[in-house]
Design a protein around this ligand. Structure first.
Ligand code: HEC
Ligand code: HEC
Ligand code: HEC
Ligand code: HEC
Ligand code: HEC
Ligand code: HEC
Ligand code: HEC
Ligand code: HEC
Ligand code: HEC
Length: 498
């Protein structure tokens, strides 16, 4: 700390002299930056950026210079690499280094390729730049100046993915601080690197209007590290999970709200989370193998193709499926007809829900089934993520929905009929009649009087109705069902035999 203050004091003095001067490349990090940033320099020296010219020197030509070195900028004289090399058409190599000493200072992709010019015209650190107001660039555009075009269109592909469009526009720190770490790069980097990160007080350089979506720097450590592709290390809490899962997990979804649209379902489905869909009590929901794949999202969603594709649209590719499924020979992902099957179940369930009367639409049975429909629709892969879970949730929902159907005629009295069939397994139908418009509730209890399910709970017009109960998740035994309105109550027994 003391050291920093001392530096700052000296530099501020120097800064005054060079305030509005143009800034120049200084180059040579080992000599010019290591004294104060030894850690960053050490890490960078081990990265591929540090050898991007040196390591490929023998086959780099003039046109390669701009991306494999520091400071290519033909508009300005600022000691960038373009000042020290000229084209030499037909020669071997097809370029001439005009000033080897200065060329060597700015060869390879150095600190200033990302952090910008740091020097004065006499190649001293420019402390005006250094301690002036500066905002570290978390954007993707600068990386994109080199990581694009013929060397694989990482940047162009990334701009097509929703990672580049970032957070839904309503997410802001004031109301949604808990959402920041997965929806913005600065917060994410702080979250994975700083154990003391606190979203409510976190300050972004330049203010929150400077927040970036999920850029290159969210996933890649810009200085390098020993991981493949320099992917960021993830906090210990996620040690068993790869990078994608730090955001694409839904640990924050801890309940099912049947009246709302399910959120973050892709993460939930691949986790086989108990909060994916409405899981009927007593049923067993199995996971598919895909939930066990290590680096699971990457395994299907990031594929570098022979056609220069980089996988940075983050969409699944058939080549990936083929790596594990030798007989995979499709365009699309309808392997073993799973997507057709799931789409069929979705249509079937949708049709049942559409056929429901307005009276039906407030029952638990309806809301549960509708929630499963919406979950299956939002899961995004038509069952590929977790075939067994999605298939069963849809089938269970369809089974539960025989519905509260209205029949003709206006009855004279309230009636609650004996269920049929009885005994039953697992579903049974209950007819009842309502002579006057009223609030009607039908509840199922077990033999001890514990509430098991609410089959009907709504305002009904006069008529004959039926509802049904799917007891798939319940144990054999006697159950009671009770009809209640303001002027009438009746309880009946039924017998579930499995
Ligand atoms: C004499 C010491 C010194 C030298 C030499 C030096 N720096 Fe710095 N640099 C600092 C200090 C001190 C800070 C402020 C650090 C802080 O705010 O935590 C800083 C800040 C930075 C930052 C901003 C970090 C942030 O948190 O936003 C970058 C980037 C940086 N330096 C890069 C460089 C590069 C590249 C070089 C070599 C060309 C270099 N520095 C040379 C001392 C130095
Ligand atoms: C538009 C910027 C750009 C230009 C121009 C460019 N490169 Fe690259 N090069 C990159 C980037 C970015 C990477 C690293 C990422 C990757 O693997 O695509 C790279 C990686 C490489 C690699 C190492 C990785 C590999 O693919 O084997 C070699 C070798 C290479 N380039 C050679 C060349 C040659 C030779 C030329 C000139 C004919 C050239 N580059 C021109 C940006 C460029
Ligand atoms: C490929 C681009 C890139 C290169 C090359 C690069 N940096 Fe950075 N640097 C960044 C980005 C982006 C951040 C902010 C994100 C982060 O901290 O991970 C950053 C953060 C920093 C910081 C502040 C946070 C910290 O890690 O201490 C310093 C200081 C710094 N860089 C210095 C350097 C120095 C010195 C070099 C050269 C040895 C260098 N950087 C090379 C992109 C780069
Ligand atoms: C001035 C051009 C340039 C810029 C700017 C640049 N890179 Fe690179 N990058 C390269 C080149 C060239 C290579 C290939 C080096 C090699 O293989 O020799 C490379 C390699 C990489 C690699 C592969 C490293 C590995 O070990 O596999 C990653 C990841 C990467 N860059 C990420 C980034 C990110 C993130 C940014 C922006 C913060 C960025 N780069 C900015 C030119 C650039
Ligand atoms: C959502 C996370 C994510 C984002 C955002 C992202 N990448 Fe990647 N990137 C990956 C993954 C995963 C890989 C594959 C790493 C591996 O080799 O296992 C990869 C690979 C790469 C590689 C090849 C590294 C190698 O060694 O072959 C480069 C270069 C690269 N990314 C550059 C970029 C650039 C530039 C951007 C921004 C335009 C970017 N990435 C954005 C996740 C991401
Ligand atoms: C920093 C958090 C974060 C990380 C890390 C991350 N993602 Fe994402 N991802 C998001 C967010 C947030 C969205 C949704 C953005 C939106 O809808 O506005 C998203 C969207 C997606 C989408 C939908 C793409 C589309 O265009 O529809 C896919 C697929 C995806 N991510 C895959 C991955 C993969 C694969 C990885 C790991 C290589 C990864 N993500 C890493 C946060 C992250
Ligand atoms: C643990 C990381 C994480 C947190 C925390 C998080 N999100 Fe997300 N969010 C994601 C990812 C990843 C996606 C991409 C879609 C997916 O994988 O489900 C996403 C997508 C979204 C979408 C796009 C629609 C969708 O569901 O696909 C909305 C809207 C959204 N998030 C809102 C929020 C809100 C509001 C909060 C805070 C209450 C929040 N998120 C907290 C990771 C997170
Ligand atoms: C077994 C391969 C596989 C795995 C593993 C996988 N996905 Fe998918 N994913 C798919 C397929 C196939 C689709 C549907 C693509 C289509 O039909 O075009 C898909 C669709 C998606 C979509 C919707 C894309 C869109 O266009 O709307 C998102 C988001 C998504 N997956 C995120 C993830 C995340 C996050 C993970 C990791 C937690 C993951 N996936 C793991 C295969 C996979
Ligand atoms: C990392 C290996 C791996 C990848 C990548 C992978 N799968 Fe699988 N998949 C498996 C294994 C293992 C099984 C379980 C054994 C079996 O059914 O063949 C499986 C099962 C399946 C099933 C049957 C699921 C069930 O529970 O009935 C389908 C459908 C499927 N995969 C489709 C795909 C598609 C589509 C892709 C590409 C988007 C893909 N897989 C990518 C390993 C993988």
């Amino acid at each position: 700390m003391k050291q920093k203050i001392l530096f700052a004091a000296i530099f501020l003095l120097l800064a005054a002299a060079s305030l509005s001067a143009q800034s120049y490349y200084i180059g040579n990090p080992s000599a010019n930056c290591a004294g104060c940033h030894s850690e960053a320099v050490g890490i960078w020296q081990a990265s591929k950026h540090a050898g991007s010219f040196t390591n490929h020197q023998s086959f780099l030509s003039f046109e390669c210079m701009k991306c494999h070195n520091t400071g290519w900028d033909t508009e300005t004289v600022n000691y960038g690499v373009d000042e020290y090399v000229t084209s030499n058409p037909g020669g071997t190599p097809d370029y001439t280094v005009t000033d080897q000493t200065n060329f060597d200072l700015v060869k390879n992709v150095q600190c200033e390729s990302c952090h910008g010019t740091q020097g004065t015209s006499n190649r001293q650190i420019d402390f005006g730049t250094h301690f002036g107001p500066r905002v570290t660039d978390f954007g993707a555009e600068k990386c994109g100046t080199c990581h694009n075009d013929k060397h694989h269109p990482y940047f162009d592909e990334w701009t097509e993915s929703t990672h580049s469009s970032g957070a839904p526009s309503f997410i802001n720190r004031a109301s949604y601080s808990s959402c920041m770490k997965c929806h913005f790069t600065q917060d994410f980097v702080a979250y994975v690197t700083d154990p003391a990160y606190d979203a409510t007080t976190f300050q972004v350089e330049g203010g929150d209007e400077n927040l970036k979506p999920i850029t290159c720097v969210a996933c890649h450590d810009p200085h390098g590290n020993s991981n493949d592709g320099n992917l960021r290390n993830v906090p210990d809490a996620f040690a068993d999970k790869p990078l994608c899962d730090v955001c694409h997990n839904a640990a924050h979804v801890t309940s099912v709200n049947l009246t709302r649209n399910p959120s973050h379902t892709k993460a939930l489905v691949i986790d086989g989370s108990p909060f994916f869909g409405f899981q009927y009590p007593g049923q067993t929901y199995e996971n598919s193998f895909h939930t066990n794949i290590s680096n699971r999202c990457e395994s299907c969603h990031v594929h570098k193709g022979a056609d220069d594709a980089t996988g940075h649209k983050f969409l699944p590719s058939e080549e990936k499926c083929q790596q594990c499924h030798a007989d995979f020979n499709l365009t699309g992902f309808d392997y073993r007809g799973v997507q057709t099957e799931i789409m069929g179940l979705i249509d079937q369930l949708q049709a049942k829900l559409d056929a429901a009367t307005s009276a039906d639409s407030l029952t638990d049975t309806f809301l549960q089934a509708r929630y499963n429909l919406r979950s299956a629709q939002a899961e995004g892969s038509y069952g590929i993520h977790n075939t067994k879970l999605v298939r069963k949730l849809l089938n269970d929902a369809i089974g539960s929905l025989t519905g509260v159907a209205s029949e003709n005629g206006v009855p004279a009295t309230y009636q609650l009929a004996q269920n049929y069939p009885n005994p039953f397994n697992p579903a049974t139908t209950i007819k009842f009649s309502v002579p006057e418009a009223s609030n009607v509730k039908i509840t199922v209890y077990d033999a001890l009087g514990k509430e098991i399910s609410v089959l009907v709970n709504e305002y009904l017009t006069p008529g004959n109705y039926n509802t049904s109960w799917n007891a798939a998740g319940n144990a054999s035994g006697i159950y009671l069902y009770k009809l209640e309105t303001t002027g009438f109550t009746k309880v009946m027994k039924m017998l579930l035999v499995k």
